[in-house]
Design a protein around this ligand. Structure first.
Ligand code: UDP
Length: 237
């Protein structure tokens, strides 16, 4: 697959056109940002690990009947993905209280939620990705009512599937951020699924195996990404 010009550059990834207008190359960088890029750094080999982990998780979801943008992994840092028009909504699915939910509702981190919670954020860096509801989504025309209900159903299904998959690998899926894209009129799960976009806690010790180690200057960031990758990319016991 011939790589053509850079189409888009984000904080952790680049997207390149290819000779086929229907597919793009998604390139994973080692750059890490937090707090809407106010904090910047590098996590050594993060791009390689996130590419592998995303491949395994997208493949698993496809096998379970969830349509994704993933086509195949090309090399260490590149995967081939279907070209999508990204829906400008970040969907967060939560199973335990953490991060901004703990702050917003004054609840302790780690409390188990009786049922998953879905939240929506407007994907707009200039506005700091504000939280939005169905009415805002309609007003901003970010998605139709039909698209939004499909997105919500799929997000809950992906959450249930990944929660079980990760549980078998001794990882608690605390929360995660999902993005969707339109491809020939169909909604596909897009972006990446990795410790940059999910909170992964060790099932026994509660140790963090995700980007919170970078956000909160906890150290052991690379080791945590390596360990999460090892567990996810190795068949469950
Ligand atoms: N998240 C993300 N990108 C963002 C914001 C959040 O991938 O721009 C992920 C984050 O890794 C976590 C989940 O979404 O798994 C919920 O994050 P939260 O709202 O708690 O935000 P935080 O306080 O971590 O910024």
């Amino acid at each position: 697959m011939e790589q053509r010009e850079l189409l888009y550059e984000g904080k952790a990834k680049q997207l390149y056109r290819t000779s086929d207008p229907d597919v793009l190359i998604q390139h994973f960088k080692d750059d890490a940002t937090a707090f809407n890029a106010k904090k910047r750094g590098t996590i050594v080999d993060k791009g390689i690990l996130n590419n592998r982990m995303s491949e395994v998780l997208f493949r698993f979801l496809e096998e379970q009947g969830v349509p994704t943008h993933f086509v195949r992994r090309l090399n260490d840092r590149d995967m081939l993905v279907r070209a999508c028009e990204i829906v400008k909504i970040e969907v967060v699915a939560r199973n335990l209280v953490a991060g901004s939910l703990a702050k917003r509702l004054g609840k302790p981190e780690g409390e188990l939620l009786p049922e998953p919670i879905l939240e929506h954020f407007y994907k707009d860096d200039a506005l700091d990705d504000p939280m939005i509801n169905d009415w805002h989504i309609r007003y901003l025309k970010l998605a139709t009512a039909h698209e939004l209900s499909h997105i919500n159903e799929t997000a809950l299904r992906v959450n249930a599937l990944l929660r079980e998959f990760l549980d078998q690998r001794e990882i608690v899926l605390v929360d995660m951020k999902l993005e969707f894209g339109r491809h020939h009129g169909k909604l596909l799960l897009a972006d990446e699924i990795c410790p940059d976009t999910c909170r992964f806690w060790d099932k026994q010790s509660g140790e963090k195996l995700d980007k919170d180690r970078f956000r909160r200057d906890m150290g052991g960031v690379e080791d945590a990404y390596q360990e999460a990758t090892r567990r996810i990319c190795t068949a469950a016991a």
